[in-house]
Design a binder for this molecule. Structure first.
Ligand code: PGA
Length: 254
């Protein structure tokens, strides 16, 4: 078994309404695996159905939200708050996804605010970071990732949560939805550098406890060799999480 176990998380993005979500969970082959967690982040609208479907089906699958607003309530038209999510039984949130950064202008300070608020409200946070192709080609991968993480590492709430309720997903932007996956060597090298950064900032014990998931065109064809890398603790999967057979195939590789 891997030292930190394995987390297989599916990010459905803006796909699957309630009916499709129910169909997915009914069709998904699932069996318990020691040390492994399966989690899906459906759309807000499909959350209650997803929670009900996994409960009814007796499948121990965690259900998380793809986003939330840092304030607990108020005049924020179109937003969803932590207490609303908790009311229906959600305990996990995905934050900092590159699509939120790119299309919804989420900046490191905003993502930090959301992360701190989520942690203070008792959520478990999977925080996504990743560099663009230009940044990788320009040799800036580590400086970009460090910049994306530094305010989080410096924040006392986050620092205390790293490795407990705060974990990371490394998602190179050039690999998301493109069919181009980072090679196991590229991914392992980056994951090891991230763990080194956490170790230098917060200590080796915390660095050892933080799960770092890889995301970006993960499929049943490449997951096993990524997962074999010592610093890769699971996958954050977009496209291949939408169909029960491909997501089930990923689960069977753990
Ligand atoms: P992908 O998406 O697996 O479709 O590349 C990953 C993600 O955006 O989390």
């Amino acid at each position: 078994m891997k030292p930190r176990g394995v987390l297989l998380a599916g990010n459905w993005k803006m796909n699957h309404g309630p009916a499709a979500a129910r169909g997915f969970f009914e069709a998904l082959p699932w069996s318990g695996k020691e040390g492994a967690i399966m989690r899906i982040y459906p759309s807000f609208l499909a959350l209650p159905t997803a929670l009900d479907a996994v409960k009814t089906g007796g499948k121990k699958i965690e259900i998380g939200a793809q986003n939330f607003h840092a304030e607990k309530s108020g005049a924020f038209t179109g937003e969803v708050s932590g207490p609303m999510l908790q009311e229906i039984g959600i305990r996990q949130v995905l934050l900092g996804h590159s699509e939120r950064r790119q299309y919804f202008a989420e900046t490191p300070p905003l993502i930090l605010k959301k992360t701190v608020s989520a942690l203070q409200q008792g959520f478990e946070v999977l925080l996504c970071i990743g560099e663009t192709l230009d940044e990788r080609n320009g040799g800036q991968t580590l400086s970009v990732l460090t910049h994306q993480l530094e305010s989080t590492l410096a924040d006392p709430t986050c620092a205390a949560a790293f490795g407990k309720t705060l974990h990371l997903a490394y998602e190179p932007v050039w690999a998301i939805g493109t069919g181009v996956t980072a090679t196991p060597t590229q991914a392992q090298e980056t994951h090891a550098s991230l763990r080194g950064l956490i170790s230098r900032t917060l200590g080796q014990d915390i660095a050892n406890a933080v799960r770092i998931l890889y995301g970006g065109s993960v499929t049943p064809a490449n997951f096993a060799e990524l997962l074999a890398c010592p610093d890769i603790d699971g996958g954050l999967v977009g496209g291949a999480s939408l169909k029960p057979d491909s997501f089930g195939a990923l689960w069977s590789l753990i």
